[in-house]
Ligand binder design. Structure first.
Ligand code: BG6
Ligand code: MG
Length: 221
């Protein structure tokens, strides 16, 4: 039986994956780089700095100083913050509130495993802060997703063995991180993009507590 569920935030609990995309696209355009949704799949789950590097890699002729990079990251984050300013409880994806309630009822621990430094602000705005037994601060782990560090940090802090954990992710890098951590991976989104997940749902409304427990009991990794 699982003892800990670790949720990604952007694109799992709420639609902020979209606002990240809009902000990156805008920033990239300013330096003459076009990004599309397909490329964006490779940015999902990836830290701010690593995302910028991936974007800059699209134009090998650009050589920016550390200050210029910091400036671009600030620009992106300012634009992103503007977009999420008025986020509210109604923006929580379908099924998420019910799942959090069920987990609490069943005494299963809950953690947030987001790569985003904006995560504490968002869960506060969504008024779901109180559900989380632990929120990973991405600045305290050595490697970002697709490395397993963020997920393992949550389990370590709460004293739960990795094989008793379930991770929920919308990102290719995030599912890889969960798998590398030795946890059960649940993908939310496209079945082809997320084919490396142990179980995929297309929509958060399909994240049913009983089904997940069933999968957990039946999938031997
Ligand atoms: C992840 C998002 O959750 O957080 C990425 O999927 C984002 O798109 C990353 O780049 C870092 O977020 P932030 O808010 O710290 O720039
Ligand atoms: Mg995500």
């Amino acid at each position: 039986y699982p003892q800990l569920f670790i949720f990604d935030l952007d694109g799992v609990i709420t639609d902020t994956a979209e606002q990240h995309y809009i902000a990156w696209k805008e920033m990239a355009q300013e330096i003459g780089i076009e990004i599309d949704r397909k490329f964006n799949e490779s940015l999902k789950g990836v830290s701010r700095g690593d995302s910028l590097e991936k974007i800059l890699n699209l134009n090998k002729d650009l050589h920016l100083s550390e200050e210029e990079k910091a400036e671009l990251m600030k620009k992106k984050n300012d634009a992103y913050r503007k977009l999420i300013m008025s986020i509210e409880p109604e923006d929580i994806y379908p099924g998420i509130g019910e799942l959090l309630e069920k987990l609490k009822d069943d005494d299963i621990k809950i953690a947030l495993g987001s790569a985003s430094k904006n995560a504490p602000f968002i869960i506060k705005q969504l008024q779901i802060e109180h559900y989380f037994d632990y929120v990973v601060d991405p600045e305290t782990v050595e490697n970002g997703k697709p490395a397993p560090d963020i997920f393992q940090k949550a389990a370590d802090e709460l004293g739960v063995a990795y094989d008793k954990c379930v991770g929920i992710e919308d990102a290719i890098a995030g599912v890889t991180a969960i798998n590398e951590a030795g946890m059960l991976s649940i993908g939310v989104g496209d079945k082809i993009h997320l084919k490396h997940a142990d179980y995929v749902v297309e929509d958060t409304a399909e994240l049913k507590f009983e089904t997940i427990i069933n999968r957990f009991e039946n999938i031997s990794k």
